[in-house]
Design a protein around this ligand. Structure first.
Ligand code: 13P
Ligand code: SF4
Length: 304
């Protein structure tokens, strides 16, 4: 077992010295999560980034998340621990694609999952995360057409929850699509008492087998509140660390070892230290793009 404490202490000391806040997504490596001030889902991290008084935010996550922090807090220095950590789903749609969609559907309101670039957000009306997508859509007047980008699985989930018809984009998360109905059925056979909790990015046939569908932090709340002792967690495997830590005595199983996001795992403690020490990997955006993206992100942050 590697002892990460010296590196964690080095990162914490640097953060104190530089008045930096370290925030980490729930899928980050355990040793990175343990060194952070806050760990959370996309919505929680956006809120923290918007409200903190720290001069520097060190974001341990993927690029669109750090970009969202910068969109909300341009006066702060937002650093991403590893610049190469992207999100393949976010890369499945461009600003040009959204402009084309708007030409085809000129009356539609465009709802974008936060897993998109700032340039894409700048073309949209309102953002959402997996935690609030259904609420965002349910509040749109019923006679209004809605374009929903880029995740088709989240869009299908929102359609089912709200009864609304969405114009969907064919984006998806490769990590979540490794989780199939067969992997759930097999894991359920091994742990028949376990409840199945799925992320909305999962395939529809996986969600059909789930007892609950939640964002990553929603899964943590569900596991805490549930009287069940065993859970099959249909999302990126990194979440199981926090689940185990915060729920002693309960067991969490991944349906497949393939449910791993390589981008989320790119951030390591030495990289985070180097980024904070040197100030490298600062997120910067064209101010016009940032302002236009801000409207869509603010509409979401003030939502629930
Ligand atoms: P959450 O907002 O639920 O944390 O999800 C973010 C994500 O990228 C899931 O793959
Ligand atoms: Fe993107 Fe999927 Fe990784 Fe989430 S798990 S950051 S959606 S690739």
């Amino acid at each position: 077992m590697v002892d990460y404490r010296p590196l964690q202490e080095e990162l914490r000391a640097l953060a104190r010295e530089k008045n930096a806040l370290i925030i980490a997504h729930n899928y980050q490596r355990p040793e990175v999560q343990d060194a952070a001030d806050f760990t959370g889902d996309s919505l929680e991290l956006s809120r923290i980034a918007a409200s903190t008084g720290n001069e520097i935010i060190l974001f341990c996550g993927v690029h669109f998340m750090a970009e969202t922090a910068h969109i909300l807090s341009p006066e702060k220095k937002v650093l991403i621990a590893e610049m190469k950590a992207g999100c393949p789903m976010a890369d499945m749609i461009t600003a040009g694609d959204v402009r084309k969609l708007k030409r085809y559907h000129p009356e539609a309101l465009v709802v974008a999952y936060v897993n998109t670039s700032a340039a894409v957000k700048a073309e949209t009306d309102i953002c959402c995360t997996s935690a609030n997508a259904a609420k965002v859509v349910a509040n749109i007047p019923v006679d209004r057409e809605i374009v929903f980008i880029p995740d088709r699985n989240l869009a299908l989930h929102v359609e089912k929850k709200t009864g609304r018809q969405l114009i969907k984009w064919e984006g998806f998360c490769p990590t979540h699509e490794y989780i199939t109905a067969d992997t759930i059925i097999k894991t359920k056979k091994e742990h028949p008492e376990a409840l199945v909790v799925a992320h909305p990015e999962c395939l529809p046939e996986v969600r059909e087998l789930a007892d609950a569908i939640e964002s990553t932090s929603g899964m943590i709340r569900f596991a805490k509140e549930s009287p069940a002792r065993e859970f099959i967690i249909a999302t990126e495997m990194g979440l199981n660390y926090r689940l185990g830590k915060e729920n002693p005595g309960k067991s969490f199983y991944s349906p497949t070892k393939k449910a791993l996001c390589p981008n989320m795992k790119m951030t390591t403690l030495p990289k985070a230290i180097e980024t904070l020490r040197t100030g490298r990997y600062e997120i910067r955006l064209d101010e016009d793009v940032r302002r236009r993206a801000l409207k869509a992100v603010e509409a979401m942050v003030s939502y629930i």
